[in-house]
Every structure is written in structure tokens, then in C-alpha cells.
Design a protein around this ligand. Structure first.
Ligand code: G3P
Length: 224
């Protein structure tokens, strides 16, 4: 499963990219606004840090405006994926941009039939928002399971399921169990994926036991 960082914070992206485990980045207008920086500067910086797909979202709401903004965004770098909302205009723009060879991420997906439309419109990614469904008492991960089932019935669909609005490692674990193609997570959630109290406890015991021997590994490996 691919890991994307759901942030426009370039310090966070640089730090995560250094692990070699980051496959891409997703942004949205709220995340870019939070940086307080110029949109173009932010996008240039992110695309220079990450080789994989970088989703950049349009703010136009009509198909013509989305097409215009989307074409402009796609010119910024070869790894830009244009993010459009799951509306009829967004689907029209998705179909046209995909036809021009531009990768499109159809976002704000909350139902399997919406995901079906995104695939038919040629989206590279569909972004179902699990956390926001949980927030209103629905079962967000159920949506991922349903979309997986629907897409698996139609092998011609090339659209990848990009689980979004991820709030905790449990969402990532469940997404992997279902077979989602990618998860986009806030940096704090990505960092939590490696954490386990028994790992910390076990490591402390190993090191403590070793320290008591008074030996060192490099010394033991160096021929006398
Ligand atoms: O990038 C879209 C999505 O991941 C937003 O998440 O936490 O604002 O619902 P959230």
C-alpha cells in the first residue's frame, strides 16, 4: 500500500521523505492556506521534495474553470495530480483532463456510487473521506470496503482507492486489510505507525542486558 502525506508543510514532508517510505503527497485548499505561503511556492517546493504524485486541488467550481486551473497546475511539475471535487462539473473536468494525459484525484467521495463515477471519468485516484464519515456516526471504513468490492468487479477500472481523512493508525490497518491502494495521512499519524509500547519496552531490556556485559559490538567484530 502506498503512503502519502496529507499536508502542505514542507518541513514535515522533507522529514518524512528522508525515510524513503513516502510515496506521495496530497494537499487541499485548507492545508495550503494553513501554511500562510504562496500556493505556487508551496507546490514547487513539495514537487522538488517528492518524486511520486503530488495532489494539488482546484478552487474553481465550474468545469471550464477547473479545466483551466487543472491545466495550469499540471504544468508546474510532471508529478502534479490535479484534485477536483466529486461534483458533475468535477467529473466533467476529470474526464477531459484524464483524456489529455493529466492525472486526476477526485476528492470528497462519500459513497460507492460516487467512486463508480470517478472511475468511469478516468480518475487516477478517488479519495473517500473516512474520518469525516466517522464524525457523523457512519462507518467510514465500510465505504472503503464497498468501493474495493465495486472496483474489483470491473478489472478495466484503473482508478486507485486513496483513503483520505485518516485520523489514526487503525484506519491505516483496516485500509490495508481491505486492500486499498493508498492511504494519505497527517504526518503525526504516519509517525504513530511505527510506535508500539512493547517495542520500546523490549528494546530497553535488550540494551540494558547488553550494557551489563560491558562489551561493544564493533569491538567484537574487529579481528584481534
Ligand atoms: O486531504 C483531504 C482529507 O484527507 C482531509 O482530512 O482530516 O480534514 O477530514 P480531514
Amino acid at each position: 500500500m502506498k503512503f502519502f502525506a496529507d499536508t502542505a508543510d514542507t518541513d514535515e514532508i522533507r522529514d518524512l521523505a528522508a525515510t524513503g517510505l513516502l510515496d506521495g503527497v496530497t494537499t487541499n485548499p485548507s492545508l495550503v492556506a494553513r501554511t500562510g505561503k504562496d500556493f505556487r511556492d508551496v507546490l514547487d517546493a513539495i514537487c522538488a521534495l517528492v518524486k511520486g504524485p503530488v495532489s494539488a486541488e482546484v478552487t474553481a467550481t465550474d468545469a471550464g474553470g477547473m479545466l483551466d486551473q487543472g491545466r495550469g497546475l499540471a504544468e508546474v511539475a510532471g508529478n502534479v495530480v490535479v484534485k477536483v471535487p466529486l461534483t458533475w462539473d468535477g467529473l466533467k473536468a476529470c474526464k477531459a483532463l484524464s483524456g489529455e494525459g493529466v492525472g486526476v484525484n477526485v476528492t470528497l467521495c462519500f459513497a460507492p456510487v460516487q467512486a463508480l463515477l470517478a472511475a468511469k471519468a478516468g480518475a487516477m485516484f478517488v479519495s473517500p473521506f473516512v474520518g469525516r464519515l466517522d464524525d457523523i456516526g457512519h462507518e467510514g471504513m465500510r465505504l472503503i470496503d464497498d468501493i474495493r468490492t465495486v472496483y474489483d468487479h470491473y478489472p478495466d477500472f484503473a482508478t486507485e482507492i486513496l483513503v483520505a481523512s485518516v485520523r489514526h493508525p487503525g484506519h491505516v490497518a483496516e485500509a490495508a486489510r481491505i486492500g486499498a491502494d493508498a492511504c494519505t495521512c497527517p504526518p503525526a499519524v504516519i509517525r504513530k505507525l511505527a510506535d508500539h509500547p512493547l517495542t520500546d519496552k523490549g528494546l530497553a531490556t535488550f540494551l540494558d542486558d547488553w550494557r551489563k556485559t560491558g562489551r561493544d559490538i564493533r569491538g567484537a567484530l574487529t579481528p584481534a
